[in-house]
Ligand binder design. Structure first.
Ligand SMILES: Nc1ncnc2c1ncn2[C@@H]1O[C@H](COP(=O)(O)OP(=O)(O)O)[C@@H](O)[C@H]1O
Ligand SMILES: [Mg+2]
Length: 232
């Protein structure tokens, strides 16, 4: 196959992925809403049944997993331009934390300077923080290597040329020598992950003329640094 044919094939595959992901979003939403109504109805009727509760939460959990995959695929295939505005970063992170489903055993501290403003696309950066924080939570809660409890600290610092936002967690950590690789698409160590989260993060950071790096130490910590050029 010629290079042109190959390129065309990948473009079609990308479009197909975007269309399928988009088409799956509505039925998934309908299933979730219907299940929610059913759960309410059962509560109204005072049906108390542990088995039914367990089954319902298993269905909810799996719908959420499908939703995450669909959102990752949509983000991965998105080509829209950034719509940048001057945004208060600490407030943006507070909004992300409201959207985040997390167990009470994990404490997340937003210590970003309350005055820090950056010229960014708030929707896209919302996704960046969500993907990184989800990774921290999933790492801490990992049944094999996670401790099931821990903390995440989000901080900011300013150098001559850069503004850096760091997301640190004391989960199972990462081996720094493999950290570059984790930004590649389809690299995942999870049984349920498809490995697009960090590659989406890097793509959005590059579109902001910045970059993301991952560092850490096994059994100690993992840290993502989001580095923005001061002249953005
Ligand atoms: N905070 C973290 N602690 C430990 N490992 C991490 C952390 N963040 C990312 N990773 C590693 O990077 C891999 C890739 O992450 P990502 O691109 O978001 O894909 P996914 O979450 O679908 O596996 C993860 O599977 C995990 O092995
Ligand atoms: Mg992820």
């Amino acid at each position: 196959m010629s290079n042109d044919q190959n390129k065309q094939k990948f473009e079609i595959l990308g479009e197909l992925t975007a269309v399928v992901a988009h088409e799956l979003k509505n039925p998934l939403g309908t299933i979730r809403n219907s299940l929610f109504l059913m759960q309410n109805r059962l509560n109204e009727e005072y049906v108390v049944d542990e088995k039914i509760d367990e089954i319902l939460s298993r269905i909810f959990r799996n719908i959420d997993r499908c939703n995450n995959i669909v959102n990752d695929l949509l983000d991965f295939t998105r080509h829209t331009k950034l719509i940048k505005r001057r945004i208060n970063i600490s407030q943006l992170i507070d909004k992300v934390l409201e959207d985040l489903v997390k167990p009470s055993s994990i404490q997340i501290n937003n210590d970003v300077s309350p005055n820090l403003h950056l010229n960014i696309d708030p929707d896209r950066m919302h996704r960046v923080f969500l993907n990184i924080l989800k990774n921290s939570i999933e790492a801490i809660m990992d049944p094999e290597v996670g401790k099931g409890a821990g903390y995440v600290n989000i901080t900011s610092s300013i150098t001559d040329q850069h503004t850096i936002i760091s997301i640190y967690d004391n989960g199972p950590g990462i081996d720094t020598s493999s950290s570059e690789q984790l930004f590649e698409p389809l690299i995942s160590t999870k049984s349920f992950g498809i490995g697009l989260g960090l590659s989406i993060v890097q793509d959005i950071m590059k579109k902001h003329n910045g970059c993301a790096t991952l560092s850490g130490e096994l059994d100690k910590y993992a840290q993502v640094d989001l580095k923005f050029n001061k002249k953005m």
